[in-house]
Design a protein around this ligand. Structure first.
Ligand SMILES: [Zn+2]
Length: 97
């Protein structure tokens, strides 16, 4: 996390900033703006896309266009499955704090 006063990077467990001594009670996640990155969703998207291509080797040039669409669909499906897991983990993490 970062100190709200001087923006020095400090450990999560630090109660006060070692640089300026200010109280640091705001967790880093509350300081971050925007949505968290769905890492599992992105990973499963790549796994779905490349996994499909890998399982259907060899793909000829004529088949490529059709298989590209299916591979993208697999990636999209994987992304939503991963997003679901990510959402669950975010929710779980929120509950634990
Ligand atoms: Zn500070």
């Amino acid at each position: 996390m970062r100190c709200l006063n001087c923006n020095t990077v400090i450990a999560e467990s630090d109660v006060s900033c070692y640089s300026c001594g200010a109280q640091c009670t705001t967790p880093v996640r509350a300081q971050q703006r925007g949505l968290p990155v769905p890492y599992i969703g992105l990973t499963l998207m790549l796994v779905g896309m490349f996994g499909y291509v890998f399982l259907n080797r060899p793909v000829t040039l004529a088949m490529l266009k059709e298989h590209k669409m299916i591979a993208l669909a697999c990636g999209l499906a994987g992304f939503f499955v991963g997003l679901f897991i990510d959402a669950f983990l975010w929710w779980h993490r929120d509950k634990k704090r």
